[in-house]
Design a protein around this ligand. Sequence first.
Ligand code: AMP
Ligand code: MN
Ligand code: MN
Ligand code: MN
Length: 280
Amino acid sequence: MKYDLHSHSIFSDGDLTPEDLIREASAGGVNVLALTDHDTVDGLPRAEAAAKIAGITLVDGVEISTRWEKLDIHILGLGVDVNNSTLIDGLKFHQTERVTRAQQVSKKFEKLGIEGMWEEVSQQVKTHYVGRPDFARVLIKRGVVNNFQSAFTKYLAAGKPAYVATDWASIPEAVSWITAAGGVALVAHPGRYRITRTKLAKLLACFKESGGEGMEVLYSGQALSKTQDLARLSKQFGLVASAGSDFHGFSYPGMRFGALAEMPSGCETLWDSSLWQKCM
Ligand code: AMP
Ligand code: MN
Ligand code: MN
Ligand code: MN
């Protein structure tokens, strides 16, 4: 069985519709897929319908942005009830924060002599998600940068001139939204944060204390040594291990369906744990 419990559609910053996403996952041999758009669950009904036709098992998911020690940390919620009012209210708050932030980012661009970004970004946004990848697309279209990566390294990444720190929910808040909606909370891509191992351990301890239950151990493009270290940390903190490609479509060619490595032996996976019933 191939599990891929982290992916994005056009309902956040992915390139594919939920239907095309399911087709692509199917072509990659994925049997169990989670759609985890950023701060929205709006794509899930369409994904659910397409998954039934394709014979894929869909897990209802979401990736929630949080703020922890001045860092943006992403928390996955898997098996969430999309009608739960606590979760919906939390996500609405983040969707409003996203609009406020986008306007602030646009002001920063103005100061850099790049005008009218909010006008152009808001015109092309058709869902409840607006984020930095939308700015990256406009920058590419205008020829300010050549590609996605340089939009981030020149302007949008933390500490760069157009970065705005956002007042996201805290980790305990995000975990409480997920738990209220009957889901399992997991730390997304723990290997991607630019922090020391000591700080990562502190993050995992805080997450566990907040009621979090799992972490991604397998992730796209991750070195084997990193995966093995994350497997050790998952055991140390009693967090079940998950697997996610973080597929976004063509903007991120390194994140593909069906290309994840094998889970290191001895890991307690989410799908073999008693928590899995919450995801089904
Ligand atoms: P936002 O949700 O607006 O904070 O944007 C975060 C999204 O931007 C992430 O989910 C990634 O898809 C993308 N992203 C973040 N950092 C980078 C980076 N350094 N290079 C390319 N894409 C990035
Ligand atoms: Mn993304
Ligand atoms: Mn993420
Ligand atoms: Mn993601």
